[in-house]
Design a protein around this ligand. Sequence first.
Ligand code: AMP
Length: 492
Amino acid sequence: MLFTELGLSAELLRAVHEQGYETPTPIQQQAIPEILAGHDLLGGAQTGTGKTAAFTLPLLQKLQSSTVEAHPHRIRALILVPTRELAVQVNESVVGYGKYLPFRSAEIYGGVSINPQISKLRRGVDIVVATPGRLLDHMERRSIDLRQVEVLILDEADRMLDMGFVHDIRRVVKVLSSQRQTLLFSATFSREIRELAHEFQKAPREIQVSSPNSTVDRVTQVVHPVDRERKRELLSHMIGKDNWRQVLVFTRTKHGANRLSKQLEQDGLSSSAIHGNKSQAARQRALNEFKQGEIRVLVATDVAARGLDIELLPHVVNYDLPNVPEDYVHRIGRTARAGQQGTAISLVCVDEHQMLRDIEKLLDQRLEQVVLAGYEPDPSIKAEPIKTGRSNGRPKNRPNNRPNNRPSQSRGAKQGASASRSRSGGKPSQRATGNKRGSGASPRAGGAKPGGAKPGGAKPGGAKPGGFKAASNRGRSSNSSSGGRSGQARTR
Ligand code: AMP
Protein backbone atom coordinates (compact mmCIF):
# COMPACT_ATOMS: atom_id res chain seq x y z
CA MET A 1 0.00 0.00 0.00
CA LEU A 2 1.12 3.55 -0.74
CA PHE A 3 0.58 6.71 1.29
CA THR A 4 -1.30 8.13 -1.68
CA GLU A 5 -3.97 5.45 -1.24
CA LEU A 6 -4.83 6.57 2.28
CA GLY A 7 -6.84 9.62 1.28
CA LEU A 8 -4.42 12.13 2.77
CA SER A 9 -4.20 15.70 1.51
CA ALA A 10 -1.47 16.91 -0.83
CA GLU A 11 0.10 18.97 1.98
CA LEU A 12 0.40 15.94 4.22
CA LEU A 13 1.70 13.69 1.44
CA ARG A 14 4.37 16.25 0.67
CA ALA A 15 5.47 16.33 4.32
CA VAL A 16 5.47 12.52 4.53
CA HIS A 17 7.52 12.34 1.36
CA GLU A 18 10.07 14.71 2.88
CA GLN A 19 10.37 12.43 5.90
CA GLY A 20 11.56 9.79 3.48
CA TYR A 21 8.83 7.26 4.28
CA GLU A 22 8.10 4.96 1.38
CA THR A 23 5.15 2.93 2.58
CA PRO A 24 2.78 3.28 5.52
CA THR A 25 3.45 0.94 8.42
CA PRO A 26 0.70 -1.58 9.34
CA ILE A 27 -0.72 0.63 12.10
CA GLN A 28 -0.78 3.56 9.67
CA GLN A 29 -2.48 1.51 6.96
CA GLN A 30 -5.26 0.49 9.29
CA ALA A 31 -5.65 3.43 11.63
CA ILE A 32 -5.58 6.31 9.16
CA PRO A 33 -8.75 5.34 7.19
CA GLU A 34 -10.68 4.60 10.42
CA ILE A 35 -9.73 7.93 11.94
CA LEU A 36 -10.52 9.82 8.75
CA ALA A 37 -13.92 8.11 8.70
CA GLY A 38 -14.59 9.67 12.11
CA HIS A 39 -14.48 6.55 14.27
CA ASP A 40 -13.12 6.40 17.76
CA LEU A 41 -10.13 4.11 17.76
CA LEU A 42 -8.51 1.76 20.20
CA GLY A 43 -5.07 1.16 18.74
CA GLY A 44 -2.71 -1.51 20.00
CA ALA A 45 0.79 -0.37 19.12
CA GLN A 46 4.09 0.21 20.78
CA THR A 47 6.53 2.97 20.07
CA GLY A 48 8.56 2.02 17.06
CA THR A 49 5.59 0.96 14.96
CA GLY A 50 4.95 4.38 13.46
CA LYS A 51 1.91 5.03 15.66
CA THR A 52 2.64 8.75 16.04
CA ALA A 53 2.16 9.34 12.34
CA ALA A 54 -0.81 6.95 12.44
CA PHE A 55 -2.72 9.44 14.56
CA THR A 56 -1.01 12.73 13.68
CA LEU A 57 -1.57 12.54 9.92
CA PRO A 58 -5.34 11.94 10.07
CA LEU A 59 -5.63 14.41 12.94
CA LEU A 60 -4.11 17.16 10.81
CA GLN A 61 -6.27 16.18 7.88
CA LYS A 62 -9.40 16.29 10.03
CA LEU A 63 -8.56 19.75 11.30
CA GLN A 64 -7.84 20.81 7.74
CA SER A 65 -11.24 19.70 6.51
CA SER A 66 -13.26 20.46 9.65
CA THR A 67 -16.25 22.72 9.26
CA VAL A 68 -16.20 23.71 12.94
CA GLU A 69 -15.55 27.41 13.18
CA ALA A 70 -12.10 27.77 14.73
CA HIS A 71 -11.78 30.12 17.65
CA PRO A 72 -8.26 31.54 17.98
CA HIS A 73 -8.03 30.84 21.70
CA ARG A 74 -9.57 27.44 21.80
CA ILE A 75 -7.68 24.22 21.46
CA ARG A 76 -8.93 21.99 18.64
CA ALA A 77 -6.93 18.85 19.34
CA LEU A 78 -5.45 17.52 22.54
CA ILE A 79 -2.81 14.81 22.69
CA LEU A 80 -2.13 13.47 26.18
CA VAL A 81 1.19 11.71 26.74
CA PRO A 82 2.88 10.31 29.82
CA THR A 83 6.23 12.13 29.73
CA ARG A 84 7.85 15.39 28.78
CA GLU A 85 10.16 13.67 26.33
CA LEU A 86 7.24 12.12 24.53
CA ALA A 87 5.47 15.48 24.49
CA VAL A 88 8.50 16.99 22.75
CA GLN A 89 8.71 14.15 20.28
CA VAL A 90 5.04 14.02 19.43
CA ASN A 91 4.99 17.76 18.94
CA GLU A 92 7.98 17.43 16.65
CA SER A 93 5.91 15.02 14.58
CA VAL A 94 2.95 17.41 14.58
CA VAL A 95 5.25 20.19 13.41
CA GLY A 96 6.96 17.98 10.83
CA TYR A 97 3.84 16.46 9.30
CA GLY A 98 1.98 19.75 9.55
CA LYS A 99 4.74 21.70 7.85
CA TYR A 100 2.52 22.78 4.96
CA LEU A 101 -0.55 23.45 7.05
CA PRO A 102 -1.37 26.57 9.03
CA PHE A 103 -1.87 24.94 12.45
CA ARG A 104 -0.03 26.04 15.53
CA SER A 105 0.95 23.50 18.14
CA ALA A 106 2.44 23.64 21.62
CA GLU A 107 3.92 21.17 24.02
CA ILE A 108 2.85 21.53 27.61
CA TYR A 109 4.73 19.74 30.35
CA GLY A 110 6.04 20.29 33.82
CA GLY A 111 9.50 20.91 35.16
CA VAL A 112 9.96 24.27 33.47
CA SER A 113 8.38 27.70 33.89
CA ILE A 114 4.69 27.86 33.12
CA ASN A 115 4.77 31.47 31.92
CA PRO A 116 6.12 30.93 28.40
CA GLN A 117 3.42 28.30 27.96
CA ILE A 118 0.76 30.75 29.05
CA SER A 119 2.08 33.36 26.62
CA LYS A 120 2.12 30.84 23.83
CA LEU A 121 -1.43 29.75 24.55
CA ARG A 122 -2.54 33.37 24.61
CA ARG A 123 -1.15 33.89 21.15
CA GLY A 124 -3.37 31.06 19.89
CA VAL A 125 -2.72 27.34 19.57
CA ASP A 126 -4.71 24.68 17.68
CA ILE A 127 -3.02 21.49 18.86
CA VAL A 128 -1.70 20.84 22.34
CA VAL A 129 0.54 17.93 23.28
CA ALA A 130 0.48 17.73 27.06
CA THR A 131 1.35 15.71 30.10
CA PRO A 132 -1.71 15.49 32.36
CA GLY A 133 -0.34 17.20 35.47
CA ARG A 134 0.77 20.41 33.79
CA LEU A 135 -2.37 20.51 31.71
CA LEU A 136 -4.40 20.52 34.92
CA ASP A 137 -2.30 23.41 36.20
CA HIS A 138 -3.29 25.36 33.10
CA MET A 139 -6.92 24.40 33.52
CA GLU A 140 -6.87 25.60 37.11
CA ARG A 141 -5.33 28.89 36.01
CA ARG A 142 -7.80 29.11 33.15
CA SER A 143 -4.93 29.64 30.76
CA ILE A 144 -6.26 26.97 28.41
CA ASP A 145 -9.69 26.51 26.87
CA LEU A 146 -10.48 22.91 25.96
CA ARG A 147 -14.18 23.28 25.23
CA GLN A 148 -13.69 23.09 21.50
CA VAL A 149 -11.49 20.04 21.36
CA GLU A 150 -12.59 18.03 18.33
CA VAL A 151 -10.10 15.20 18.71
CA LEU A 152 -8.64 13.76 21.92
CA ILE A 153 -5.71 11.39 21.67
CA LEU A 154 -4.42 9.36 24.58
CA ASP A 155 -0.96 8.18 23.59
CA GLU A 156 0.78 5.42 25.52
CA ALA A 157 -2.34 5.12 27.63
CA ASP A 158 -0.97 2.08 29.43
CA ARG A 159 2.00 4.11 30.60
CA MET A 160 -0.27 6.88 31.78
CA LEU A 161 -2.30 4.43 33.83
CA ASP A 162 0.89 2.87 35.03
CA MET A 163 2.06 6.25 36.24
CA GLY A 164 -1.11 6.97 38.13
CA PHE A 165 -2.55 9.59 35.78
CA VAL A 166 -6.01 8.12 35.50
CA HIS A 167 -7.65 10.65 37.84
CA ASP A 168 -5.97 13.56 36.08
CA ILE A 169 -7.10 12.22 32.72
CA ARG A 170 -10.68 11.95 33.99
CA ARG A 171 -10.59 15.55 35.17
CA VAL A 172 -9.39 16.65 31.76
CA VAL A 173 -11.92 14.59 29.81
CA LYS A 174 -14.76 15.94 31.93
CA VAL A 175 -14.40 19.41 30.42
CA LEU A 176 -14.27 18.18 26.82
CA SER A 177 -17.22 18.15 24.48
CA SER A 178 -18.94 14.78 24.14
CA GLN A 179 -18.96 15.38 20.37
CA ARG A 180 -15.25 14.81 20.16
CA GLN A 181 -13.46 11.91 18.48
CA THR A 182 -11.30 9.92 20.89
CA LEU A 183 -8.27 7.87 19.92
CA LEU A 184 -6.55 5.70 22.47
CA PHE A 185 -3.19 4.08 21.83
CA SER A 186 -1.66 1.54 24.10
CA ALA A 187 0.97 -1.16 23.85
CA THR A 188 -1.34 -3.49 25.70
CA PHE A 189 -5.09 -4.03 25.96
CA SER A 190 -5.30 -4.78 29.64
CA ARG A 191 -8.57 -4.78 31.56
CA GLU A 192 -7.79 -1.25 32.78
CA ILE A 193 -7.25 -0.02 29.24
CA ARG A 194 -10.52 -1.54 28.10
CA GLU A 195 -12.29 0.13 30.99
CA LEU A 196 -10.76 3.45 30.04
CA ALA A 197 -11.84 2.94 26.43
CA HIS A 198 -15.35 2.11 27.59
CA GLU A 199 -15.44 5.25 29.73
CA PHE A 200 -14.09 7.70 27.16
CA GLN A 201 -14.93 6.27 23.76
CA LYS A 202 -17.98 5.60 21.65
CA ALA A 203 -18.02 2.26 19.86
CA PRO A 204 -14.31 2.36 19.11
CA ARG A 205 -12.85 0.46 16.20
CA GLU A 206 -10.15 -1.80 17.48
CA ILE A 207 -6.84 -2.30 15.75
CA GLN A 208 -3.98 -4.36 16.97
CA VAL A 209 -1.71 -4.58 14.01
CA SER A 210 0.76 -6.99 15.41
CA SER A 211 1.51 -8.65 18.64
CA PRO A 212 2.65 -6.21 21.29
CA ASN A 213 5.93 -8.01 21.34
CA SER A 214 6.69 -7.59 17.66
CA THR A 215 9.40 -5.06 18.42
CA VAL A 216 10.88 -7.46 20.90
CA ASP A 217 10.99 -10.14 18.25
CA ARG A 218 13.29 -8.04 16.10
CA VAL A 219 15.73 -7.49 18.93
CA THR A 220 18.55 -9.92 19.47
CA GLN A 221 18.52 -10.38 23.21
CA VAL A 222 21.32 -11.84 25.25
CA VAL A 223 22.19 -12.06 28.92
CA HIS A 224 25.80 -11.94 30.09
CA PRO A 225 26.10 -13.27 33.62
CA VAL A 226 28.77 -11.23 35.40
CA ASP A 227 29.74 -10.28 38.94
CA ARG A 228 28.14 -7.09 40.20
CA GLU A 229 31.52 -5.47 40.75
CA ARG A 230 32.68 -6.20 37.22
CA LYS A 231 29.78 -4.91 35.18
CA ARG A 232 31.37 -1.57 34.45
CA GLU A 233 34.58 -3.20 33.33
CA LEU A 234 32.68 -5.55 31.03
CA LEU A 235 30.59 -2.74 29.61
CA SER A 236 33.64 -0.64 28.74
CA HIS A 237 35.26 -3.70 27.25
CA MET A 238 32.28 -4.46 25.01
CA ILE A 239 31.91 -0.87 23.83
CA GLY A 240 35.59 -0.55 23.05
CA LYS A 241 36.12 -3.95 21.56
CA ASP A 242 33.28 -3.81 19.07
CA ASN A 243 33.67 -0.06 18.64
CA TRP A 244 30.04 0.73 19.44
CA ARG A 245 29.38 4.32 18.52
CA GLN A 246 25.93 4.71 20.04
CA VAL A 247 24.75 2.74 23.03
CA LEU A 248 21.93 3.43 25.43
CA VAL A 249 22.60 2.03 28.88
CA PHE A 250 19.95 1.61 31.56
CA THR A 251 20.63 1.82 35.25
CA ARG A 252 18.16 1.34 38.05
CA THR A 253 18.88 4.56 39.90
CA LYS A 254 19.72 8.17 39.20
CA HIS A 255 22.78 7.92 41.38
CA GLY A 256 23.86 4.80 39.52
CA ALA A 257 23.43 6.58 36.18
CA ASN A 258 25.62 9.48 37.28
CA ARG A 259 28.27 7.22 38.71
CA LEU A 260 28.42 4.95 35.68
CA SER A 261 28.55 7.86 33.28
CA LYS A 262 31.50 9.33 35.20
CA GLN A 263 33.30 6.01 35.24
CA LEU A 264 32.82 5.52 31.51
CA GLU A 265 34.26 8.98 30.93
CA GLN A 266 37.26 7.90 33.01
CA ASP A 267 37.55 4.90 30.71
CA GLY A 268 37.75 7.30 27.77
CA LEU A 269 34.17 6.77 26.56
CA SER A 270 32.20 9.97 26.04
CA SER A 271 29.03 9.70 28.07
CA SER A 272 26.13 11.59 29.63
CA ALA A 273 23.49 10.61 32.14
CA ILE A 274 19.81 11.49 31.92
CA HIS A 275 17.38 11.04 34.76
CA GLY A 276 14.65 12.77 36.66
CA ASN A 277 16.98 14.99 38.69
CA LYS A 278 18.40 16.63 35.58
CA SER A 279 16.73 19.68 34.19
CA GLN A 280 14.73 19.30 31.05
CA ALA A 281 17.29 21.41 29.21
CA ALA A 282 20.14 19.19 30.36
CA ARG A 283 18.26 16.06 29.32
CA GLN A 284 17.43 17.46 25.92
CA ARG A 285 21.03 18.57 25.42
CA ALA A 286 22.37 15.12 26.31
CA LEU A 287 19.84 13.49 24.02
CA ASN A 288 20.76 15.77 21.13
CA GLU A 289 24.47 15.13 21.63
CA PHE A 290 23.78 11.42 21.67
CA LYS A 291 21.64 11.59 18.54
CA GLN A 292 24.31 13.58 16.75
CA GLY A 293 27.02 11.12 17.72
CA GLU A 294 28.88 13.58 19.96
CA ILE A 295 28.62 11.20 22.88
CA ARG A 296 28.83 7.45 22.57
CA VAL A 297 27.06 6.31 25.69
CA LEU A 298 23.82 7.66 27.09
CA VAL A 299 23.14 6.34 30.57
CA ALA A 300 19.49 6.60 31.50
CA THR A 301 16.98 5.60 34.11
CA ASP A 302 13.71 4.09 32.94
CA VAL A 303 11.63 7.17 33.52
CA ALA A 304 14.03 9.46 31.68
CA ALA A 305 14.25 7.14 28.72
CA ARG A 306 10.54 6.67 28.19
CA GLY A 307 9.47 7.99 24.85
CA LEU A 308 12.99 8.43 23.51
CA ASP A 309 13.05 7.89 19.81
CA ILE A 310 16.52 7.63 18.46
CA GLU A 311 16.44 6.33 14.97
CA LEU A 312 18.40 3.19 14.25
CA LEU A 313 19.71 2.88 17.78
CA PRO A 314 21.77 -0.30 17.47
CA HIS A 315 22.56 -1.21 21.09
CA VAL A 316 20.71 -1.15 24.36
CA VAL A 317 22.40 -2.41 27.50
CA ASN A 318 20.61 -3.25 30.70
CA TYR A 319 23.36 -2.47 33.14
CA ASP A 320 20.89 -3.25 35.89
CA LEU A 321 17.74 -5.22 35.25
CA PRO A 322 14.63 -3.15 35.87
CA ASN A 323 12.58 -3.61 39.02
CA VAL A 324 9.43 -3.92 36.99
CA PRO A 325 9.59 -6.59 34.26
CA GLU A 326 7.46 -4.52 31.86
CA ASP A 327 10.20 -1.91 31.81
CA TYR A 328 12.47 -4.45 30.18
CA VAL A 329 10.17 -4.50 27.16
CA HIS A 330 10.09 -0.72 27.04
CA ARG A 331 13.85 -0.52 27.38
CA ILE A 332 14.66 -2.90 24.58
CA GLY A 333 12.02 -1.21 22.44
CA ARG A 334 14.50 1.68 22.17
CA THR A 335 16.37 -0.44 19.66
CA ALA A 336 14.94 -2.11 16.56
CA ARG A 337 12.96 1.02 15.78
CA ALA A 338 10.68 1.12 12.77
CA GLY A 339 11.51 -2.30 11.45
CA GLN A 340 15.24 -2.25 12.15
CA GLN A 341 17.25 -4.91 13.90
CA GLY A 342 18.88 -4.21 17.24
CA THR A 343 20.78 -5.81 20.07
CA ALA A 344 19.76 -5.73 23.72
CA ILE A 345 22.32 -6.97 26.20
CA SER A 346 21.64 -7.52 29.88
CA LEU A 347 24.46 -7.69 32.38
CA VAL A 348 23.05 -9.86 35.11
CA CYS A 349 24.69 -10.45 38.47
CA VAL A 350 23.79 -12.95 41.16
CA ASP A 351 21.46 -10.45 42.85
CA GLU A 352 19.24 -10.24 39.80
CA HIS A 353 18.33 -13.85 39.07
CA GLN A 354 14.75 -13.49 40.28
CA MET A 355 14.33 -10.33 38.20
CA LEU A 356 15.55 -12.22 35.16
CA ARG A 357 13.08 -15.03 35.85
CA ASP A 358 10.26 -12.47 36.12
CA ILE A 359 11.23 -10.93 32.78
CA GLU A 360 11.39 -14.34 31.11
CA LYS A 361 8.00 -15.19 32.53
CA LEU A 362 6.56 -12.01 31.13
CA LEU A 363 8.07 -12.64 27.71
CA ASP A 364 7.21 -16.31 27.89
CA GLN A 365 10.69 -16.82 26.59
CA ARG A 366 14.00 -17.87 28.03
CA LEU A 367 16.76 -15.45 27.19
CA GLU A 368 19.99 -16.75 25.83
CA GLN A 369 22.77 -16.62 28.41
CA VAL A 370 26.38 -16.26 27.32
CA VAL A 371 29.17 -16.17 29.85
CA LEU A 372 32.00 -14.14 28.37
CA ALA A 373 35.46 -15.56 28.79
CA GLY A 374 37.37 -13.59 31.37
CA TYR A 375 34.16 -12.40 32.99
CA GLU A 376 32.88 -15.68 34.41
CA PRO A 377 30.88 -15.04 37.58
CA ASP A 378 32.60 -16.03 40.79
CA PRO A 379 30.35 -18.76 42.28
CA SER A 380 31.46 -17.86 45.81
CA ILE A 381 29.77 -14.44 45.60
CA LYS A 382 26.45 -14.51 47.40
CA ALA A 383 23.34 -12.68 46.28
CA GLU A 384 22.61 -9.43 48.09
CA PRO A 385 19.13 -7.98 48.34
CA ILE A 386 18.27 -5.24 45.93
CA LYS A 387 16.57 -2.43 47.76
CA THR A 388 13.63 -1.44 45.65
CA GLY A 389 11.86 0.81 48.12
CA ARG A 390 8.73 -1.16 47.39
CA SER A 391 6.89 -4.07 48.71
CA ASN A 392 6.67 -7.19 46.58
CA GLY A 393 8.60 -5.57 43.82
CA ARG A 394 5.71 -3.24 43.24
CA PRO A 395 5.83 0.45 43.82
CA LYS A 396 4.15 1.71 46.89
CA ASN A 397 1.18 3.89 46.27
CA ARG A 398 1.98 7.37 47.29
CA PRO A 399 -0.27 10.27 47.91
CA ASN A 400 -0.81 12.51 45.00
CA ASN A 401 1.85 15.09 45.35
CA ARG A 402 0.31 17.97 43.58
CA PRO A 403 0.48 20.97 43.44
CA ASN A 404 4.16 20.55 42.84
CA ASN A 405 2.99 17.58 40.90
CA ARG A 406 6.38 16.40 39.97
CA PRO A 407 6.63 12.89 41.17
CA SER A 408 10.03 11.82 42.20
CA GLN A 409 11.54 8.72 40.81
CA SER A 410 10.97 6.30 43.60
CA ARG A 411 12.98 3.41 42.49
CA GLY A 412 15.48 3.92 45.20
CA ALA A 413 17.31 0.79 44.49
CA LYS A 414 20.78 -0.13 45.30
CA GLN A 415 23.05 0.22 42.37
CA GLY A 416 24.13 -3.27 41.59
CA ALA A 417 27.53 -2.74 40.09
CA SER A 418 30.05 -0.09 39.72
CA ALA A 419 33.54 -0.72 40.86
CA SER A 420 36.33 -0.72 38.39
CA ARG A 421 38.34 -3.42 40.03
CA SER A 422 39.90 -5.67 37.46
CA ARG A 423 40.05 -9.28 38.40
CA SER A 424 43.23 -11.14 37.77
CA GLY A 425 43.59 -13.79 35.16
CA GLY A 426 40.99 -12.34 32.97
CA LYS A 427 42.01 -10.98 29.68
CA PRO A 428 38.78 -11.40 27.82
CA SER A 429 39.05 -13.43 24.70
CA GLN A 430 36.78 -14.11 21.82
CA ARG A 431 35.85 -17.40 23.37
CA ALA A 432 32.73 -17.60 25.35
CA THR A 433 31.35 -20.26 27.53
CA GLY A 434 27.89 -20.59 28.81
CA ASN A 435 24.38 -21.60 28.24
CA LYS A 436 22.40 -21.18 25.17
CA ARG A 437 18.81 -20.71 26.07
CA GLY A 438 15.85 -19.80 24.01
CA SER A 439 16.15 -18.92 20.39
CA GLY A 440 18.28 -15.80 20.35
CA ALA A 441 21.15 -15.30 17.98
CA SER A 442 24.75 -14.93 18.96
CA PRO A 443 25.54 -11.69 20.63
CA ARG A 444 27.91 -9.33 18.98
CA ALA A 445 29.75 -8.57 22.15
CA GLY A 446 32.95 -10.43 22.34
CA GLY A 447 32.05 -12.49 19.32
CA ALA A 448 30.61 -14.80 21.90
CA LYS A 449 29.35 -18.10 20.77
CA PRO A 450 26.59 -19.60 22.79
CA GLY A 451 26.78 -23.17 23.73
CA GLY A 452 26.91 -25.55 26.64
CA ALA A 453 24.37 -26.83 29.02
CA LYS A 454 20.74 -26.13 28.69
CA PRO A 455 19.10 -25.32 31.96
CA GLY A 456 15.95 -27.13 32.79
CA GLY A 457 12.63 -25.66 31.84
CA ALA A 458 13.92 -23.62 28.95
CA LYS A 459 11.08 -22.79 26.66
CA PRO A 460 12.26 -21.95 23.21
CA GLY A 461 10.41 -19.72 20.90
CA GLY A 462 9.33 -16.18 20.57
CA ALA A 463 7.28 -14.05 22.83
CA LYS A 464 3.60 -14.66 23.05
CA PRO A 465 1.28 -12.02 21.68
CA GLY A 466 -0.29 -10.17 24.51
CA GLY A 467 2.14 -11.88 26.79
CA PHE A 468 2.89 -8.78 28.80
CA LYS A 469 0.55 -6.66 30.69
CA ALA A 470 0.44 -3.17 32.01
CA ALA A 471 1.83 -2.84 35.48
CA SER A 472 -0.65 -1.94 38.12
CA ASN A 473 -1.25 1.64 38.97
CA ARG A 474 1.94 2.83 40.50
CA GLY A 475 0.89 6.19 41.66
CA ARG A 476 2.54 9.31 40.44
CA SER A 477 5.72 8.59 42.18
CA SER A 478 7.26 6.79 39.28
CA ASN A 479 6.96 9.62 36.87
CA SER A 480 9.64 12.11 37.30
CA SER A 481 9.56 13.32 33.79
CA SER A 482 6.02 14.42 33.40
CA GLY A 483 5.54 16.53 36.39
CA GLY A 484 3.07 19.27 36.53
CA ARG A 485 5.29 22.14 37.35
CA SER A 486 5.95 24.71 34.79
CA GLY A 487 6.85 23.99 31.25
CA GLN A 488 7.93 25.57 28.09
CA ALA A 489 5.77 25.70 25.06
CA ARG A 490 7.09 25.58 21.60
CA THR A 491 5.15 26.07 18.46
CA ARG A 492 6.10 26.21 14.90
P1 AMP B 1 6.68 5.85 16.48
O1 AMP B 1 6.18 4.45 16.61
O2 AMP B 1 5.63 6.81 16.16
O3 AMP B 1 7.49 6.23 17.71
O4 AMP B 1 7.69 5.91 15.24
C1 AMP B 1 8.91 5.23 15.25
C2 AMP B 1 9.82 5.68 14.14
O5 AMP B 1 9.30 5.25 12.88
C3 AMP B 1 10.01 7.17 14.02
O6 AMP B 1 11.39 7.41 13.93
C4 AMP B 1 9.32 7.55 12.74
O7 AMP B 1 9.97 8.62 12.11
C5 AMP B 1 9.43 6.28 11.91
N1 AMP B 1 8.34 6.07 10.95
C6 AMP B 1 7.02 6.38 11.13
N2 AMP B 1 6.31 6.04 10.04
C7 AMP B 1 7.17 5.50 9.15
C8 AMP B 1 7.04 4.96 7.84
N3 AMP B 1 5.86 4.87 7.23
N4 AMP B 1 8.16 4.50 7.23
C9 AMP B 1 9.34 4.56 7.86
N5 AMP B 1 9.56 5.06 9.10
C10 AMP B 1 8.49 5.51 9.74
